[in-house]
Design a protein around this ligand. Structure first.
Ligand code: SF4
Ligand code: SF4
Length: 338
């Protein structure tokens, strides 16, 4: 990434963070799914199929317009494998056109020099690739040996920030692989993070002693900004619950391929309201609702968004919220919103 592009991105980030701290009444990050289809079938994943069609560009643009109208700061395109969407460049271009930061999560398989240059031109700002192991196995083919050539292309041609996430847990056989992946990423000039793989419902599988040791080593090598934001991982690695306020459905939105808003990828189904009908009443209700799954949640990006508001606006259980609604209070009164 060019130094000037890097500085511009950092300035934009700083301005979005200040805006998020000044006002809690807009989404900070939305994950948008333009197609569910994926070319792989990772053993721990519940977010893909092998048959679905790409969502029409005009439909996606209208969803992006709605996110922009809600004053969303960052839109990350995810999947499935979003690089399989034939109009990904136009999607990214539209995110930028509406003034939002454009990110992408990919398994890395489709990167060629020509494709990377097109993403530069479209205005992509962030890319994250998760690499699970060094050699492909029956759990995952997101493997360093397969992807190393793609990483070299990215190192040479990408004018966007690239983060390589290595993973621990979730049936990954060799925890040492996470160290190898992080070292290679650093060698190529990328930032690195390490994640704990969640199980089928997004909650924690306890790490073994060896996994915990490697986890700490990889974390030390990684992106200092992310390390500062990911305190929760220390508790999770120790198998201890972490006390925080998940703002999914409000500051963080997960928009599935059908255009419905869900808490997150691991809690799909609720609230399940179409994005075009999602109002600030929905936003306020979810902002204020305590999530039952929060103590063992491993979703890094939602934790990071949560930090912005952890110090303010305590949450209520769904039962308390329902009782107050029954008593006739408006959502605004319940949360004391101005
Ligand atoms: S590449 Fe990503 S979306 Fe595809 S199966 Fe693996 S984890 Fe799931
Ligand atoms: S705590 Fe929030 S982000 Fe984590 S699984 Fe639950 S709803 Fe999703």
């Amino acid at each position: 990434m060019k130094r000037t592009t890097f500085l511009k991105l950092k300035m934009r980030e700083a301005s979005f963070i200040s805006r998020a701290l000044l006002s809690s009444r807009h989404p900070v990050l939305a994950h948008l799914i333009p197609m569910r289809r994926c070319n792989l079938a990772c053993g721990y994943c519940n977010e893909y199929d092998h048959t679905s069609k790409p969502i029409d560009l005009e439909i996606i643009k209208s969803r992006l317009d709605r996110l922009a109208d809600l004053k969303t700061s960052i839109v990350t395109i995810s999947g499935g494998e979003p690089m399989m969407h034939p109009e990904l460049d136009q999607i990214i271009h539209h995110i930028r056109h509406r003034g939002m930061i454009a990110g992408l999560i990919s398994n890395g398989y489709y990167f060629t020099p020509e494709r990377i240059k097109r993403l530069n031109k479209a205005g992509l700002e962030y890319l994250q690739i998760s690499i699970d192991n060094v050699e492909p196995d029956e759990v995952s083919r997101k493997s360093l040996r397969v992807l190393d050539k793609k990483l070299r292309y990215l190192s040479e041609h990408a004018d966007f920030h690239v983060n390589i996430n290595s993973v621990i847990g979730g049936g990954i056989k060799n925890p040492d692989d996470a160290l190898t992946v992080a070292r290679r990423a650093a060698e190529l000039g990328f930032s690195t993070t390490v994640g704990v793989i969640h199980d089928g419902d997004g909650t924690l599988k306890p790490l073994s002693k060896k996994e915990k040791d490697i986890f700490q080593q990889v974390k030390k090598m990684g992106n200092k900004d992310h390390a500062r934001l990911n305190w929760f991982q220390d508790s999770i690695a120790e198998g201890k619950p972490y006390n925080w306020r998940c703002r999914a459905g409000a500051r963080y939105l997960y928009i599935c391929e059908d255009g419905l808003v869900h808490w997150c990828s691991q809690q799909r189904g609720y609230p399940g309201i179409p994005l075009e009908q999602y109002t600030m009443d929905d936003f306020d209700r979810e902002y204020k609702t305590e999530k039952w799954c929060a103590p063992t949640c491993t979703l890094q990006c939602v934790h990071q968004v949560g930090i912005l508001d952890n110090w303010r606006d305590p949450q209520k259980t769904p039962a308390q919220m329902a009782q107050e609604q029954k008593n006739g209070k408006s959502v605004g009164e319940m949360i004391g919103a101005d």
